[in-house]
Design a protein around this ligand. Sequence first.
Ligand SMILES: [Zn+2]
Ligand SMILES: [Zn+2]
Length: 318
Amino acid sequence: MISNCPSLRGNRSNLEKHILKRLAEEENFDKYINYIKNPRDHFKSFIRDEVSQYIRDQFSDSVQLKMNQNIELLQKKIMTAAHESTQHVQENRGNVDVWLKFFTLKLSDVLMFSVKDFSGVKHDDVDDFKLLEDVIRTELPPVISDISREFSTDSFNKKLDVNNRPDEILTDHLCQCCWVQCPFCKAICTNTLENHDGDHSVPFHRVTGINGKHYSGSTNLCISICTSRVASDKLFNPHNSDDQRVLWREYSRAGGVYANWSITPDLSELFYWKWFVCRFQKDLEEYYEKTFQGRGSIPDRWREITQQEAIESLDEYM
Ligand SMILES: [Zn+2]
Ligand SMILES: [Zn+2]
């Protein structure tokens, strides 16, 4: 499955790229917020959806076809056995008992049942053993089509071993890594170890307003990106409530969650989050009850970035 599924092939960074692409295609703000605020949840449900889609595709392509062929074959075998039993009884002047014995024997390699299962069939009920063949000929097709219907993708999915569900295995495989998020922009540390040595880091940070960061003393959401900000002489207010102000380029002096991050100054910026801010400006403003105005005014050039360019920028950088 891993090798056939591009999103699940590779590591979590590759998976994240696919998640970001899907989010951009779907343009669903609530899903974006879930990804930003609860990344682990979002990753899990993405894996679950990918796996069930994969199973659904595979199921209709091969499993269901195979299953239908098998059911058809089984139906033919039962019909043939019934017919042969009638012939056998006619040639040997047998009775209903002989018919049932012969019938169950003929099918012993494909079905698990015995004459006992026909205990309800009394001699008085069936005077003519030929009637048995007729009953099977008329009753079997609806039973077979019920079986086929029940054997659907959903029931197949439900019957998967609960302890070894492929989505659980993949979640374990892909999600056992660091989930610490950048204190400014919520980008997820890309370290592949859950409790790793050294600082947290991520190659691409986001526009911090996405995380509700705003310029101190205003309700203007921030349009700066951590990596360019740490190259500046600007100040930030790490704890919002007090007056402590720290230089961005000395962010680790703010202590706490800031102390364990390594944010490398970098002026190249991913189109993706700029497009996101423009596309969901109204939603972000409503969500945080703040606006992209004043110092947080969105540059005109950001508005020119197309959805396609945003998606393509992921391939360039991730
Ligand atoms: Zn950041
Ligand atoms: Zn980390």
